[in-house]
Design a binder for this molecule. Structure first.
Ligand code: KIV
Length: 308
């Protein structure tokens, strides 16, 4: 229980105090566009549960993506393809309960928008209606679907470049848009998504120069991951940022902490204390009031406790 005992308690509209200097104005999709116009960098981060998304929100992150990367970093799958709509909904609900200020974006998982446009819209509606998402993210230049989602009043974040749900088509996680043809196609796709109504576009694993050109040309914000510093915003995977991953990190990851080492040490210390019976202490124990203690001592002597 104490783990989630943040100030303000738990619930859909937590009242915790954000870190000093963090604006409290709710971030919406139009607000992200305004940030681009004002030249203010957008800070985005993935999160998948109550405590981490609450910390991210209170730290002033503008956009929290319940990414399908949870398939890998939370559920231990090899890639993102296996995670289901129901699993994504479950995690989006947890994030929704924690976040007050940031825009909550749910990633549509593989297979949930790859059939008909109507199926894609129906699945997106579930994220808004059942989990409280304020926008959905879809991978690839699915212009018709973006238009239909906007008509259904669902804000959309596009995702171009290295789109992990296309791993089998791409033949691995490879930087995209390196040839002149591929770069021009990617830029045209970004324009098409913006014209269809996308509110922002994630550019993942693309050369810096291409991301810069797209960012300069689009009216909507670009949010980069492995796309260089010229995007309107940046996004990282929570577990990469805090050092909770187990393999080598990608080139674009900057690790801001080593939570893995902190957690490992804490668990080892706990195990040591349990093994040498140093935990819990008397101060960490509840005690009987004097009268009950005396009664208990009495029953011990008479054996009455055993009979009861
Ligand atoms: O699922 C995810 O974490 C993402 C980000 C890398 C953009 O799509």
């Amino acid at each position: 229980m104490s783990v989630t005992n943040f100030p303000g308690g738990i619930g859909p509209t937590p009242q915790g105090t954000p870190a000093t200097g963090i604006p409290t104005t709710k971030i919406t999709m139009p607000a992200l566009g305004e940030m681009k116009r004002q030249g203010r960098a957008i800070c985005a981060l993935t999160a998948y549960d109550y405590s981490s998304s609450r910390l991210a929100d209170e730290a002033g992150v503008d956009l929290i993506l319940v990414g399908d990367s949870l398939a890998m970093v939370v559920l231990g799958h090899e890639n993102t393809l296996a995670v289901t709509v129901d699993e994504m909904l479950h995690h989006t609900r947890a994030v929704r309960r924690a976040v007050r200020r940031a825009l909550v974006v749910a990633d549509m998982p593989f297979g949930s928008y790859h059939g008909t446009v109507a199926e894609g819209v129906a699945n997106a509606v579930r994220f808004v209606k059942e989990a409280g998402a304020e926008a959905v993210k879809i991978e690839g230049p699915r212009v018709e679907l973006v238009r239909a989602l906007c008509e259904a009043e669902i804000p959309v974040v596009g995702h171009l470049g290295l789109t992990p749900q296309s791993i089998h088509r791409m033949g691995g996680y490879r930087v995209q848009g390196r040839s002149a043809d591929a770069a021009l196609t990617l830029k045209a796709d970004a324009h098409a998504l913006a014209e269809a109504g996308a509110g922002a576009v994630v550019l993942e694993g693309v050369p810096r120069e291409l991301a810069a050109a797209i960012t300069a040309e689009l009216a909507i914000p670009t949010i980069g991951i492995g796309a260089g510093p010229d995007c309107d915003g940046q996004i990282l995977v929570f577990h990469d940022l805090v050092g909770l991953t187990f393999g080598p990190a990608a080139k674009f990851v900057r690790r801001y902490g080593d939570a893995g080492a902190v957690i490992r040490k804490a668990i080892e210390d706990y195990r040591d204390d349990v093994e040498r019976r140093a935990f819990p202490s008397d101060e960490e124990s509840y005690h009987l009031p004097e009268a009950a203690r005396r009664a208990l001592d009495g029953t011990k002597k008479t054996g009455a406790l055993r009979k009861a």
